[in-house]
Design a protein. Structure first.
Length: 439
């Protein structure tokens, strides 16, 4: 792995990922071993991850060069467009300029492909035959399944039981790529059986699905686990989002006033916001805003302490904002935001006051998503609806205050496969009956 302190020469596509850990005023706290009273060592992660990703997890250099194979794969859909949401601006009667970075155009439909590709690549390099993972919304499962198919790896996806019911199309697509989908909690793992004994109708959670996937990876030959979020290497794989956005804004002569992303485990937000952190620390007036559900208020109501990333306590303990590993979030549609913890890097910048956090109600976010779909013609992922609602609220604030600010948010994914819920009308009627956003 090549890494350096100055950004390798790049054209319109970044040639290196940015590592936020290099620029923080204090070093990220070391994770702790899952069961022993000691700091985690790199070799502790070997049952789970290939060596290249373990090395990245501990990396403190600012730039990590993107391998040529990964760059070539990225070129299929990157750079993604930075779109000015002019129709939305018009309907909101705001003097603000609203831009969205359209990660929904990736072949799998979301930002998750940005990390699926390098993870599959490094695993294949080291001779791994199969990857296991969890999926909440189905977006990560689709991305990893698609990438495993193209890199010749087998893939098993533990899909949160609630999502299996809510998103049958997503499940079908994961299976179409040749991956096996197992509803989580799963009767095939000890962790899943324990959860099902406690509650046979358990809707599952991302934390439970991680346990199922890790237990399977560590007990099967030739198998490793792929993290869809939370870990440092996932955060910096996603920085292609923010690095491209910075270039695109500069090309338009713009400087952002507010940068917004929804947060589940933190990866699309970190990917967009990290490259702006150094600017903010240098004194630029940029607000970085992480948006989460009221029903899973990890950053706004959680405690900053060591906790496990999964329900069965198989992962290392990470210093992060957490609602507690046993927290089972309510069954909202944004399944990908139903996570008790938060990326340690995002948690640290939130604790240091570098980023702000906001918790929003589901009804307001889905109504905002409907306005966005009506005006911009894209059905957003339910997760992205939280970023949209915050962007709309900021634009309304600009209208009230007569301020012409530049607002940028990540459209982390589209919702075209999420709109068919049994018993509900398909497509844009997803939001029917929800409270209409007040403009
Ligand atoms: C479209 C979309 N956006 C956001 C998220 C939240 O994850 P993260 O915070 O890691 O970006 C998910 C998770 O599944 C997702 O599918």
């Amino acid at each position: 792995m090549l890494s350096s302190d100055s950004e390798p020469n790049a054209g319109e596509r970044p040639a290196a990922w940015y590592n936020l850990a290099a620029d923080l005023p204090e070093p990220p706290p070391t994770p702790l071993h899952p069961s022993e009273d000691r700091p985690l060592q790199p070799h502790d992660l070997e049952p789970l991850l290939p060596k290249a990703l373990i090395e990245q997890e501990w990396a403190r250099t600012r730039w990590i060069e993107i391998p040529a194979t990964v760059l070539e794969a990225y070129s299929q859909w990157r750079p993604t467009a930075l779109v000015r949401a002019r129709n939305l601006e018009r309907v909101l009667k705001t003097p603000a300029r609203i831009y969205f970075k359209d990660e929904s155009v990736s072949p799998s439909g979301s930002h998750k492909l940005n990390t699926a590709v390098p993870q599959a690549y490094y695993n294949r390099q080291e001779g791994v035959a199969r990857l296991t993972t969890e999926t909440g919304a189905g977006q990560w499962g689709r991305s990893l399944a698609m990438t495993c198919a193209s890199f010749g790896l087998s893939c098993t996806v533990f899909m949160v039981r609630l999502s299996c019911q809510q998103r049958p199309r997503s499940r079908a697509i994961i299976e179409r790529y040749g991956a096996t989908v197992v509803p989580s909690p799963s009767p095939h793992t000890a962790a899943g059986r324990r959860a099902l004994i406690e509650d046979p109708n358990c809707p599952g959670s991302i934390g439970m699905a991680i346990s199922d996937a890790i237990e399977t990876a560590t007990s099967c030959e030739g198998t490793k686990y792929a993290f869809g979020s939370v870990l440092n290497h996932v955060m910096f794989h996603q920085t292609v989002i923010g690095l491209e956005t910075k270039r695109q804004l500069a090309g338009l002569g713009e400087r952002p006033n507010v940068v917004i992303g929804c947060v589940g485990g933190g990866s699309n937000f970190a990917g967009m916001a990290s490259p702006f952190v150094a600017d903010k620390l240098r004194g630029e007036p940029i607000r970085l805003l992480a948006v989460e559900p009221e029903t899973c208020p990890t950053l706004t109501r959680g405690a900053y302490r060591y906790d496990y990333a999964d329900a069965a306590r198989l992962t290392p303990r990470f210093k992060m904002f957490t609602l507690g590993v046993d927290y089972v979030p309510a069954a909202i549609r944004a399944c990908g935001l139903r996570y008790h913890g938060m990326s340690p890097l995002v948690s640290l910048v939130a604790k240091l006051g570098i980023v702000e956090a906001l918790a929003l109600a589901e009804a307001d976010c889905l109504a905002a998503a409907r306005v966005f779909a009506d005006e911009e013609g894209i059905v957003p992922a339910a997760e992205s609806a939280y970023a949209i609602a915050a962007a709309i609220a900021e634009a309304q604030r600009c209208r009230q205050m007569g301020r012409s600010e530049c607002i940028v948010f990540t459209l982390s994914g589209h919702g075209r496969f999420e709109t068919e819920t049994p018993g509900r009308k398909p497509s844009l009627c997803l939001m029917e009956g929800d409270r209409v956003f007040s403009s």
